[in-house]
Write a protein that binds this ligand. Sequence first.
Ligand code: PPS
Length: 296
Amino acid sequence: MSFEQVKVPSRPELVDFHGVPMVYFFTDNWENIQNFQARPDDILIATYPKAGTTWASYILDLLYFGQKERQKSVPIFDRVPFLEIFFPPCLSGKDQADNLPTSPRLIKTHFPVQFVPKSFWEQNCRIIYVARNAKDNMVSYFHFDRMNLAQPEPGDWSNFFQRFMEGKMVFGSWYDHVNNWWKKKESCPKIHYMFYEDMIEDTGREIDKLCCFLGLSPSAEDKMKVTGGVQFDNMKRDDMANYSTNPVMDFKISPFMRKGKVGDWKNHFTVAQSEQFDEDYKKKMKDATLLFRTEI
Ligand code: PPS
């Protein structure tokens, strides 16, 4: 059975898992995931949820595998398996990754850095980490939790806003996630840390940096095809990229490819919420080298 045919019984509860709030879909296969055998050429795409995972996945898939038939017939979530997802009777993300016929294998994870299976480090795999400013990330996550019936109930906006600041989200605190991956990058040259805002500002420039990191040198024509193909409107129209084939998502509530903007938080945060958020942010984000832009 494929992921597209799955039925979700009811919305899951958040549980504490090794100190991180999680839901059972991402922890029930823990032992198998931890024993995942990475290969040296595997590429892991790691993100906090809603930071630009699908965008980065699509870019990498196009860079490596071009405009092949699979672009028209295989959804992005099957081309780039989600390592920790476990939705019996569907194939688990881990088994999907094991069965990937491609080389390199592109694999997605939302794990905080301490949960990444050790073979990725032992094999010295390349890792692309994408981070997005907390305010827009929060808004995107709110709408995602409204429409994704496999996520906990989001509650209303003000409730969600508080929970986000407290780190009570699936995959834990945004603050811990982006900071701990950033620290890891300092000692691990195989991590390429990207920002969603930079991708919005100049997709071509960020693809160049990515290619440099990956040791790829696409022709100018191929690069143009990738840059054009991954623009928001193109991905939104593309049923293989926009998650419209995924049954756990209710697009009548909100689409997966929602707005794709920097600064949409201004349409959600009240002035008081923005001030409260900024105060709290200063206390949690002490590393002066990790800087986010909430507008461009
Ligand atoms: S997930 O569910 O965690 O894998 O979601 P993720 O892909 O990380 O994040 C979804 C948000 O990324 C936006 N997105 C894009 N923005 C700009 N350009 C492109 N091409 C693009 N592709 C995806 C998507 O619209 C979600 O953000 P919001 O703010 O909700 O629109």
